[in-house]
Design a protein around this ligand. Structure first.
Ligand SMILES: Cc1cc2nc3c(=O)[nH]c(=O)nc-3n(C[C@H](O)[C@H](O)[C@H](O)COP(=O)(O)OP(=O)(O)OC[C@H]3O[C@@H](n4cnc5c(N)ncnc54)[C@H](O)[C@@H]3O)c2cc1C
Length: 360
């Protein structure tokens, strides 16, 4: 089996590693410009080992959420929240894939993909490659996202800046009629990673400066690193192609609509795709998407578009009424029945109504 992967980012590398491990005869061609991963740091929560863990910078068994004027301390038992060096993971993964002797890298941008339904062809400047399957993480120009999570993150250094609890969400930033919050992780005694998230364009820089001065209480700091991002979110997910050209990654709608987190979903998707190809030589496969999560994601995106300022109160209610493990399991679509019930009970009445298919 010969597989072409378009892109050398997170989803392609996770799939390349899974294919090499599960299909001993698979040969891979990765087509993509040699660019470092957009995410310098990656964060996620997990109750089991992940491929990213060896690149850990820090991990926590409790998080804070500051919402609706109140601090919610969220201890975790089942989960651990981790931050890892995403770029270093990607570089190491690409080196490992190429060292397998079963993969090659073409340092080029794919210009088009010709799908003859049997052996699709990826055309790039100066050449082309035909294979049994193409998995493409490049943007799909035909898919318009329902929302875009936009953010800018700073790694700053200042005396004592890291001597604080990790903050998953802090709404002490101007909302301007949008859903906006800051996320702040101490990554060393004098290091703090702060990220400002919005769903409409805004000047993240001003919000970050204001947060560092007014909430963290810093007078000055050194900017050590900076990352920028925009994650497309799809209310209903995207249908998975049924032919031999298959979209993967956030461009395929795999970022979780209500959180913007993608890393572990991409990992689970890569393992599911590689397992299906190894066991049956067949796709399509789709991540299971139980209706409870689908309804909650749709509700989140609809509210984001209609009345985003309501979401702060919703999140405050969720984190104050349900335990952190249940909320994180629910947000990562890994909740067991008891955790689902605890989250459903914690939801304010108007969200419970939406989950039952009614408008608030
Ligand atoms: C700054 C930033 C921080 C993030 N932090 C987190 C986080 O903490 N936790 C989390 O869960 N998620 C996070 N995300 C979201 C998500 O996990 C990342 O965006 C992740 O990199 C998505 O993987 P991907 O493979 O879909 O896209 P990418 O990793 O962006 O890979 C796409 C690849 O396609 C290539 N490409 C594009 N067009 C072409 C073409 N025509 N031909 C060939 N190659 C092409 C690109 O060069 C790139 O290599 C973050 C995203 C960003 C941008």
């Amino acid at each position: 089996m010969h597989v072409t992967l378009v892109g050398t980012g997170l989803s392609s590398l996770l799939l390349a590693e899974a294919l090499l491990r599960r299909s001993p005869k698979a040969r891979l061609t990765l087509v993509g410009p040699r660019r470092p991963l957009g995410a310098h740091l990656l964060s996620y929560w997990s109750d089991r080992p992940t491929p990213f863990d060896p690149f850990e910078v820090a991990s926590w068994r409790a998080l804070d959420v500051f919402a609706a004027g109140r601090l919610h301390h969220v201890p975790l038992t089942r989960y651990r929240y981790r931050t890892v060096r995403g770029r270093d993971w990607a570089e190491t993964a690409l080196a490992r894939v190429l060292a397998s002797g079963r993969a090659e890298h073409v340092d080029a941008t794919a210009l088009r993909i010709d799908d003859d339904l049997v052996r699709p062809t990826v055309v790039f400047g100066g050449g082309q490659v035909s294979s049994d399957w193409v998995f493409a993480s490049s943007a799909d120009p035909t898919a318009t996202p329902d929302a875009v999570q936009q953010f800018e993150g700073w790694l700053v250094e200042a005396q004592g800046a890291g001597a604080r609890a990790p903050v998953l969400m802090d709404f002490r930033t101007e909302s301007a009629g949008d859903l906006r919050f800051v996320y702040a992780l101490p990554l060393g005694p004098h290091r703090l990673f702060v990220e400002h998230v919005s769903y409409r364009p805004c000047l993240h820089r001003f919000a970050l400066e204001q947060y560092l001065r007014e909430v963290v209480g810093l007078k000055r700091w050194e900017l050590v690193d900076r990352e920028l991002g925009a994650t497309p979110l799809f209310r209903d997910g995207l249908p998975r192609s049924e032919g031999r050209v298959v979209r993967i990654g956030v461009a395929a709608g795999l970022a979780k609509a209500s959180t913007g987190y993608a890393a572990l979903r991409l990992w689970r998707d890569a393992e599911a795709v590689a397992a299906a190809l190894a066991e049956r030589g067949e796709l399509p496969v789709r991540l299971k998407w139980p209706s409870l999560y689908r309804v909650a994601d749709r509700f989140f995106v609809d509210l984001l578009r209609r009345d985003p300022t309501h979401l702060e109160a919703l999140l405050a209610a969720l984190f104050s009424a349900a335990d952190g493990d249940a909320v994180l399991a629910f947000l990562d679509e890994q909740a067991g029945p008891a955790e689902q019930a605890r989250v459903a009970r914690a939801m304010p009445e108007w969200l419970s109504s939406a989950l039952l298919g009614e408008r608030p």
